[in-house]
Design a protein around this ligand. Structure first.
Ligand code: SF4
Length: 365
């Protein structure tokens, strides 16, 4: 064990590291500048349990109903040996689907076997040219390194070989209504798909194939309107791949991250809540409203950052650059405080806004 590994094990109290999956890897990109999150995720700390222990339990996750509906939709889309799925994907990519597609289910059994089988089957299927027959591969098991640990990804995805390239196909149960889907859900699907694209590219590269054979265009299949009729759309995940690579590289340099963390820092779940809270506050965080949908510690960090202007979101942080706290904002708006030279512009805007508010409400200026 390296000294970093020892330190990470000590941080989580000697218990085994929590396993990542595509959703948690995708979530790593939600706030890449946050050291607190990078260290806790790098150490494999059970963040949902940590949040609960310190009195700020996470409040997100899929409902049982949504999971059941998602599984039913996925089974429907994959029925008929993937014939309907192939037609949808081919139509969306603008390529002929061919007579029929080979459907290979890589199974749901033991990790090492399935990983070996996935690698063998997918590399044997690397297309030699655009005329190769279409093929669909269900339940492949892929892998990625996160903070020096190998993470197995068990996607429900189908990797499709069409027109000489592999495409990741992601099946989601949120609806596309009048051609529009919830932008937040599409963004989450895009980053999760990018995790699969990256893992599939790495698999090909390790076996000596061109990673670019895996397209950055992901096919997203969702139910249309309020029926269960599937509809496919294309997502270009190049931007997500860049962000993901950058964050994984950062986590790979765990020594650098640990250098910013006090030696006695602990996230040991057997410690008392006050010790854990005090320890967390010694590691820099960058709370933003986006954290609420992406990180289990969001309610704790929001509470901690409640007087910080950054906690109100990027537009507010940018508009109030150089004014870090809400009490300072209020003091500048009322003129009780003289702005520093670099706060002059923000202060003028705040005073104007306060004047307008007073006029609108009929209050003394
Ligand atoms: S919730 Fe806290 S730890 Fe998580 S990313 Fe946001 S600031 Fe960082």
């Amino acid at each position: 064990m390296t000294s970093s590994e020892q330190r990470l094990a000590a941080i989580r109290g000697g218990v085994p590291a929590r396993r990542h999956n595509a959703r948690t890897i995708a979530a790593l990109t939600g706030n890449p500048g946050c050291t607190r999150r990078a260290v806790l995720d790098g150490a494999g700390v059970d963040k949902p349990k940590l949040a609960e222990r310190i009195g700020f339990p996470a409040r997100f996750g899929q409902s049982r109903f949504a999971i059941t509906r998602g599984n039913a939709f996925e089974a429907q889309v994959k029925a008929d040996g993937g014939a309907q799925l192939l037609r949808l994907v081919a139509e969306r990519l603008g390529v002929p689907p061919g007579e029929r597609a080979d459907w290979t289910d890589l199974g749901a059994d033991d990790l090492p076997d399935r990983h070996r089988r996935s690698r063998a089957v997918l590399t044997a299927a690397v297309p030699a040219g655009p005329d190769e027959p279409a093929a669909l591969f269900d339940h492949p098991l892929l892998g990625l390194d996160v903070a020096g640990r190998r993470v197995h990804l068990e996607p429900d995805l189908v990797a499709a070989r069409l027109a000489g390239r592999f495409h990741v196909v992601e099946i989601k149960s949120f609806p596309v209504i009048d051609g529009q889907a919830d932008p937040g859900k599409v963004a989450a699907a895009a980053i999760q798909s990018a995790v699969y694209v990256l893992a599939l590219r790495e698999l090909l590269a390790v076996e000596g194939h061109d990673p670019e054979l895996v397209s950055h265009d992901v096919v997203l299949v969702c139910p249309r309107d309020f029926a269960n009729q599937p509809v496919a759309s294309l997502l270009d995940v190049r931007k997500q791949l860049l962000v993901l690579r950058r964050q994984l590289d950062r986590m790979a340099r765990i020594d650098t991250l640990l250098a910013a963390v006090p030696e006695e820092f602990t996230a040991d779940l057997t410690a008392d809540p006050a010790t854990l809270t005090a320890a967390l506050s010694t590691v820099e965080a960058r709370y933003a409203p986006d954290c609420l949908a992406a990180c289990e510690l969001a309610y704790f960090c929001r509470h901690e950052a409640r007087e910080q202007t950054a906690a109100l979101g990027r537009p507010v942080r940018e508009a109030l650059g150089g004014v870090p706290t809400v009490p300072e904002v209020l003091a500048l708006a009322t003129g009780e405080r003289t702005p520093e030279p670099e706060q002059a512009e923000a202060a003028a805007l705040l005073r104007a806004a306060a004047r307008l508010r007073a006029e609108a409400l009929g209050l003394p200026a």
